[in-house]
Design a protein around this ligand. Structure first.
Ligand SMILES: [Zn+2]
Length: 433
């Protein structure tokens, strides 16, 4: 196995696995803090070497001359698919992913690039040479997430980078540990397990809890004639649906505002996903955003503006409103709800704090962290590991501290040092026994 990104950092996930006479690659993501902008970042304009040098995309040089037979994508978050447009082409390998993931690849990262995209359903099996790949369903903060299980003869390797255990995910089925156990068998040889939230005690709250929190905060914030703005992840369709329904319950018209809000929503509509009302007002282009905000400015009490900007991204709709670059002026008593937590890196923390200051100076009332994470925390990860009992545990997708927290959890669960593996980007590992 050759890990190429996502180790010692959160983002730019990419791992190559050798089998028979070739490789398969799992994920090709970007590291968003290195790109310095989130949802409205235009990666297409940046060159390959520039992005590698900035640690924004995986450094795939050790793999470049190797034969890659397939690229498997776990889900549509940019830290898993964002580098596809930059890295995939030279390998001339088909890309496998669920329909929503591939639709996002087409819309967000490929541009004019044409690659062979092969849709797979959760639960589906494919064969790549002698390797069998099964795409197991898992719940996460974006629809149609899968955990690829790779099998070659006696050997099996599970990729569980992003998942949560949630009894009430509100969208799609929960992660089913019994079913996963059945699929992976008695003792899978190894599992790569994501560590994004493993340094928090947990358990991670259910998405139903996030909805309750929103219901309460939006209910309290409701005041006739005042604006209500809610910002969250454009890819989090379960959350957006909750906001839409609560808005309607309050007698307000929900509207999506921002380029990436439109991108993700259109992808869902294109696939006819039953997530959101298809007639929801959506404003993605600069012209449409301006025209709509001008109207909403005059009747602010009629709407809930669901907009981009939860990390304080300077080019987002919320930041532009705060900077008075859009025809919507905040007034005393307008409400701004952040249905997201700040992703803890200096750039986001700084951007978000600047944004909040500007919003408050203009009289807005701010509600923070109306959110639950899409990642398993320590207790849920322990439950996952106990259920599946992989022989080797390979922490992935995390900073050095997070990887170490997973190692610690592994020791607690009885893993000896010979079964715990601290991987590094660019350093090949061989698992045996
Ligand atoms: Zn994710």
């Amino acid at each position: 196995m050759l890990p190429l990104g996502g180790l010692g950092e959160v983002g730019r996930n990419m791992t190559a696995v050798s089998f028979g006479d070739g490789y398969v690659v799992v994920d090709m993501g970007v590291r968003l803090d290195a790109v310095q902008a989130f949802e409205d970042a235009n990666l297409a304009e940046m060159g390959l070497e520039e992005l590698v040098k900035a640690n924004a995309i995986p450094d795939d040089r050790p793999l470049r001359k190797k034969e890659v037979k397939a690229i498997l994508l776990t889900h549509g978050h940019l830290d898993h698919i964002g580098a596809v447009g930059k890295l995939a082409r030279p390998y001339r390998a088909p890309l496998y992913g669920t329909p929503f993931t591939l639709e996002l690849v087409k819309r967000l990262v490929l541009g004019e690039e044409k690659l062979e995209l092969v849709p797979v359903r959760p639960g589906e099996r494919i064969e790549v040479g002698d390797l069998e790949v099964e795409f197991l369903h898992a719940n996460h903060s974006i629809p149609q997430t899968v955990l690829p299980l790779l099998r070659e003869g006696e050997h099996s390797l599970l990729f569980a980078t992003d998942f949560k255990l949630d009894e009430s995910p509100l969208l799609g089925p929960p992660t089913n540990l019994q079913e996963l156990k059945r699929e992976v068998g008695e003792e899978p040889e190894a599992a790569l397990v994501g560590t994004v939230r493993v340094d928090e005690p947990g358990p991670t709250g259910s998405e139903a809890k996030a909805r309750e929190m929103l219901q309460e905060i939006m209910g309290k914030a409701e005041e006739r004639g005042r604006a209500m703005l809610v910002t969250t992840f454009s890819s989090h369709l379960a959350r957006i649906r909750s906001i839409v329904e609560i808005s309607e319950g309050l007698g307000r018209i929900p509207a999506l505002v921002g380029r990436s809000m439109k991108n993700y929503f259109s992808a869902a509509v294109e696939l006819n996903l039953p997530h959101l009302p298809h007639d929801l007002p959506v404003h993605g282009s600069p012209g449409s955003i301006k025209k709509f905000l001008k109207k909403a400015d005059g009747s602010r009490g009629d709407y809930v503006l669901i907009c981009t900007g939860h990390q304080g991204e300077p080019t987002s709709v919320l930041s532009k409103i705060a900077d008075r670059k859009l025809p919507f002026r905040l007034r005393d008593g307008d409400q701004v709800i952040f249905s997201a937590s700040v992703i803890p890196n200096p750039i986001n923390q700084n951007n978000r704090s600047i944004l909040e200051t500007k919003l408050m100076v203009q009289g807005a009332r701010i509600h923070r962290d109306v959110h639950v994470s899409g990642h398993a925390a320590r207790t849920d990860t322990a439950e996952f590991l106990r259920a599946l009992s992989p022989r080797h545990l390979l922490p992935c997708h995390g900073t050095p501290e997070k990887l170490e927290a997973m190692m610690e959890l592994g020791r607690e669960l009885g893993y000896g040092e010979d079964r715990l593996h601290l991987l590094e980007n660019g350093r090949p590992v061989r698992l045996s026994g």
